[in-house]
Design a binder for this molecule. Structure first.
Ligand code: SAM
Ligand code: SF4
Length: 330
């Protein structure tokens, strides 16, 4: 058996979420402020540095890597990066989260490069609303991307939907129907308080229990013990076996006890928890020791002992986590 990484609470860490860019062609209102400043180039890890980090984590016991961002598919060279990471011996699966805008042209090359599963964000099926939520996204382009992904040969395609009162709660059933028609999964996510987006998140909070209750008015639901290695809890639809519904509920159901992951920001900060500010700079070590991984391995192993027991998200009062989701490898 290869290396195994454990944190100070005995949780096995075998999942890395890597941000490959903080930039994005959308400006979703729960993820970013309207006027974002992005990182200067020299602070961003190069493709070679990202690849080296991926290789190092896999060598230490990571079995699953998710590439994310920002929008991972606007990073030049992303397909080659995927090909290199997917080929790392010991990695079980390379997966990705995308807003779908570039999938009409990239879905097939990504499958060929070895990306196994694709999560695509979709919060509305109404063009104007979609544009309002993403601030500049084109719904038709994303729907074409979802179609391309559904037929490209990924082992699984899943939709991600952040549900907000007053914005898209009334679209939960149409979005679910859309997933059912395509025979793909859908996960409904509670909005997380990351970064100051200029409005109170508590006002639009929509709990997973409310979403589930709404779905249950239309569809008989079957509880499921399935686990895809993430924080989602799943239910199945009695009459539509091809679609699973996931719920990610950071505010209403704490899932930290089974946390198996860490995140790398694209500036090379290792985040031990999405809901805490603590991080460890690995970029400095990467650049100081271009040929020697040992200092990085030691820093990583020490950092894991600092992984907190749970997040401290609170929707009330001051914004506690200043980092936006696009910076966090969400
Ligand atoms: N750009 C890609 C996308 O949108 O799928 C990948 C990066 S995005 C940060 C990853 C996921 O985080 C998306 O599903 C998005 O909806 C979700 N997300 C962003 N900000 C969030 C927040 N404040 N609370 C909950 N989910 C959020
Ligand atoms: Fe971009 Fe994804 Fe953030 Fe939306 S959620 S602004 S698509 S990074």
């Amino acid at each position: 058996m290869g290396n195994v990484m454990q944190d100070g609470f005995g949780r096995q860490i075998d999942y890395l979420r890597m941000s490959v860019t903080d930039r994005c062609d959308f400006r979703c209102l729960y993820c970013m402020a309207a006027n974002m400043t992005f990182l200067p180039r020299q602070q961003v890890l190069t493709l070679e540095e990202l690849q080296r980090l991926a290789s190092l984590f896999v060598g230490q016991g990571v079995r699953k890597i998710r590439l994310t961002g920002g929008e991972p598919l606007i990073r030049p060279g992303i397909v080659d990066l995927c090909r290199h990471i997917a080929a790392l011996p010991g990695l079980r699966e390379l997966v990705m989260t995308s807003n779908g805008s570039q999938l009409p042209r990239l879905a097939r090359p990504l499958v060929d490069a070895g990306v196994k599963r694709m999560n695509i964000s979709l919060d509305s099926l109404d063009r104007q609303r979609f544009r309002a939520i993403t601030r500049n996204g084109d719904l038709d382009q994303v729907l074409r991307g979802i179609d391309a992904a559904s037929t490209a040969g990924f082992e699984r395609v899943k939709l991600n939907c952040v549900v907000m009162q007053g914005r898209n709660f009334d679209e939960v059933l149409p979005l679910l129907q859309y997933a059912i028609d395509l025979g793909i999964d859908i996960t409904f996510i509670e909005e997380m308080p990351l970064g100051d987006v200029g409005r109170s998140r508590a006002e639009s909070l929509c709990s997973s229990d409310e979403v589930r209750a709404l779905i249950a008015t239309r569809h008989p639901l079957l509880d499921s013990a399935e686990n895809s290695g993430g924080p989602a809890r799943y239910v199945r639809l009695a009459h539509h076996p091809d679609t699973r519904i996931g719920f990610i509920s950071p505010n209403s159901h704490n899932f930290c006890g089974s946390c198996n992951r860490v995140r790398m920001t694209v500036e090379g900060r290792l985040l031990l928890c999405l809901g805490q500010e603590d991080s460890v700079d690995l970029r400095g070590l990467l650049r100081r020791y271009p040929l020697d991984d040992q200092p990085l391995v030691s820093a990583l192993r020490q950092a894991l002992q600092r992984k907190p027991l749970r997040h401290d998200f609170s929707l009330e009062g001051e914004v506690q986590i200043l980092r936006f989701m696009n910076m966090s490898g969400g």
